[in-house]
Design a protein around this ligand. Structure first.
Ligand code: PSU
Ligand code: MN
Length: 302
């Protein structure tokens, strides 16, 4: 029998002892989604947003073979500056831990670790999904399958518009994952509030989302929920402005033969450059917004 290589930050340990609501946060957005130092600044601001909305943040990462549930300030700083950190999805998590290595958790791996730690709500920016051209590349993020298996409610700003959104919705439906738009009928499109697609479900209050989460467990249905929370209006990049930028980045990725795990980080970096950093400002605003909603859902679940 192997003991779980799991450790809690001081703040998370105290919150667990006192039964306070917890919100999991991922770390791939820190190491592969944003440049230093904005990555660490954003991660700190997201943790503060969770605290400000009445819950306790648990940023998750693997450091030297130990799964950390909640990062101490020095660990977050070290991770944010580190080079060559592994990008961990379901396939990589056990290997990284067994080999004593350091890795950042994607949505899929963060869900697994959150569930191990008894955390039911998780805030991020955007989940992975079905990539454009998936009919030939077969590139479908493991995030979607994780949502079908692991009972964690994930708050995101929709799936990133670099993906094939209609196919992403189809796969989520096939996998039995509810997709809940918050406060609007349309599925949000990450950098934009609009996506041109109607969301399968709409909810306007955190308590409705918490009730649906609980009912899934009561009915014995495996898996979690995807909560699609639109970016605040003042921070959005309108769809007609971001779409041509995405096309350019996708063309470059294809021309340069970018594939597999490198696709999402490459596209995010190129879109950052092509928008003169505006995509990063939007990304930060939407993650903060998701952190606040996740905290309210977690509070309802306690
Ligand atoms: N959304 C962001 N930035 C990111 C990611 C999503 O705004 O860095 C990361 C998440 O960790 C997500 C991962 O789980 O990208 C998806 O990667 P892939 O498409 O290779 O499955
Ligand atoms: Mn992929």
């Amino acid at each position: 029998m192997t003991t779980l290589p799991l450790t809690f930050s001081t703040e998370v340990r105290e919150a667990r002892a006192r039964g306070l609501p917890l919100v999991a946060l991922e770390s791939t957005i820190i190491t592969h989604g944003m440049p230093w130092p904005q990555n660490v600044e954003t991660a700190r601001a997201v943790e503060d947003a969770v605290r400000g909305a009445g819950a306790v943040p648990a940023t998750i990462a693997v450091l030297d073979g130990t799964v950390h549930i909640g990062l101490e300030a020095a660990d977050l700083d070290r991770l944010g500056r580190a080079e060559g950190v592994m990008k961990l999805s379901r396939a990589d998590l056990a290997v990284c831990v067994a080999q004593g290595r350091t890795g950042a958790t994607t949505v899929a791996a963060t869900m697994i670790c959150a569930h191990l730690a008894g955390i039911a709500v998780f805030a991020t920016g955007g989940i992975g999904g079905v990539h454009r051209g998936a009919e030939t590349s077969f590139d479908i993020s493991a995030d979607l399958h994780e949502l079908a298996k692991t009972p964690v409610t994930v708050v995101a700003a929709g799936a990133k518009a670099i993906l094939d959104l209609p196919k992403t919705l189809e796969v989520l439906e096939t996998l039995g994952v509810p997709v809940i738009a918050v406060g609007q009928d349309e599925l949000p499109g990450f950098w934009s509030r609009a996506s041109g697609l109607k969301a399968p479900v709409r909810m306007d209050h955190p308590q409705q989302i918490a009730a649906a989460h609980r009912m899934r467990a009561a009915l014995g249905i495996a898996g979690g929920q995807l909560v699609a929370n639109p970016i605040p209006a003042e921070a959005e990049i309108p769809r007609e402005q971001i779409l041509p930028v995405i096309e350019t980045a996708l063309d470059e990725a294809e021309a340069r033969g970018i594939a597999a795990k490198a696709v999402t980080p490459f596209l995010l970096q190129r879109i950052f450059e092509l928008t003169d950093g505006r995509s990063l400002t939007a990304n930060t605003a939407l993650v903060l917004n998701n952190a606040r909603l996740a905290a309210r859902i977690a509070a309802e679940l306690v």
